[in-house]
Design a protein around this ligand. Structure first.
Ligand code: SF4
Ligand SMILES: [Zn+2]
Ligand SMILES: [Zn+2]
Length: 317
């Protein structure tokens, strides 16, 4: 197996590209895939301030690493989910990376700021843990980006993630989610722009990039992952990908290029009016946003988080 570029010994092959790369050219290839995605979908302008949501995992740390290497003003955001040792270990990985890259990490701890962690929050509103977690992360990411004056929020969703979410959304014909499943979600009243620069890279590539660059990421799975339907969809797509390399790429980019414009038209025609949450002021279609409803049930006497406290800033520069 030889590198496609220099013909030296390759360290990885990427079947959907029918190509193999040595370390140096693989790293270059990954950066180029990020640049291509960002250019094609107009994700981030040169002068903009970026907040990168980092979980301590390979994808988000890789994304932060690449954006810093490309010269973007990119800070990290770590959200403490209150999931015991898993949260402690993932915080440690994010903080270590920030220190190594001399980058700035914003930390928001759910328990400190809002009075509940994911296990308790999910129990109190009888939601699946991953659903309560997704809701909380979306809320805190948006709030931290707006409060911190960032232009754009970047997340580390890769091709495998996006293809699996799309697969699930199509299986259930979840129209609202399909309308929103875009590489770039533009800013709107109360919402910061959200971008996904890793959509051209598979999970195997983000893991290899991280290992080859000495990025120490959390390998353990979150203990609450059991029952996460996304994993089933990923497993099914992995089988299809093994039989026909390029399947995930075809599914996801076929959707983005050919189907999404139709869904966007449907979305523009309908949709409930967005107002402000009576508790926190965040945009919502109801009187009180879903996050505040969960917070009030899980921790009725806790402070209101964003209103009562600024996000804690890590001491790293
Ligand atoms: S597995 Fe579920 S609960 Fe755990 S971090 Fe992911 S979304 Fe949150
Ligand atoms: Zn090479
Ligand atoms: Zn609210």
């Amino acid at each position: 197996m030889k590198c496609r570029v220099c013909r030296e010994k390759a360290v990885i092959d990427i079947r959907r590209h029918n190509a193999a790369f040595c370390r140096e050219h693989f790293i270059h290839h990954c950066r180029q895939q990020v640049v291509r995605a960002m250019e094609k979908f107009d994700m981030i302008a040169r002068e903009e301030r970026v907040l990168v949501a980092v979980s301590g995992g390979k994808d988000s740390l890789m994304l932060w690493d690449v954006l810093l290497d490309l010269g973007y003003a990119a800070d990290g955001l770590y959200i403490g989910l209150g999931i015991g040792e898993y949260s402690d270990a993932s915080h440690e990985k994010a903080a270590e990376f920030a220190a190594r890259r001399e980058a700035h990490l914003v930390v928001v701890d759910l328990e400190t700021s809002y009075g509940f962690g994911i296990p308790g929050g999910a129990r109190s509103v009888r939601r699946a843990a991953c659903s309560a977690c997704g809701l909380s992360k979306r809320y805190v990411m948006n709030d931290a980006a707006i409060t911190g004056g960032y232009d754009v929020l970047a997340t580390g969703h890769n091709l495998d993630d996006e293809a699996a979410v799309l697969f699930g959304n199509v299986l259930h014909w979840n129209m609202d989610a399909l309308v929103r499943q875009r590489p770039v979600l533009p800013a709107s009243r109360g919402f910061v722009r959200k971008v996904k620069p890793l959509i051209r890279l598979g999970e195997r590539e983000t893991a290899a990039y991280s290992v080859l660059n000495g990025i120490d990421y959390i390998v353990e799975e979150c203990p609450m992952v059991e029952g996460n339907t996304g994993l089933r969809y990923k497993a099914a797509l992995n089988e299809l990908e093994t039989a026909a390399p390029g399947t995930k790429n075809q599914l996801y980019f076929g959707f983005v290029e050919r189907a999404l414009p139709h869904f966007e038209q449907l979305g523009a025609a309908g949709g409930a009016a967005v107002g402000e949450c009576g508790r926190c002021g965040a945009p919502t279609t109801g009187d009180v946003c879903a996050f505040c409803r969960m917070r009030e049930t899980a921790a009725p006497s806790a402070p209101r988080g964003a209103e009562g406290s600024e996000p804690e800033l890590d001491p790293t520069p």
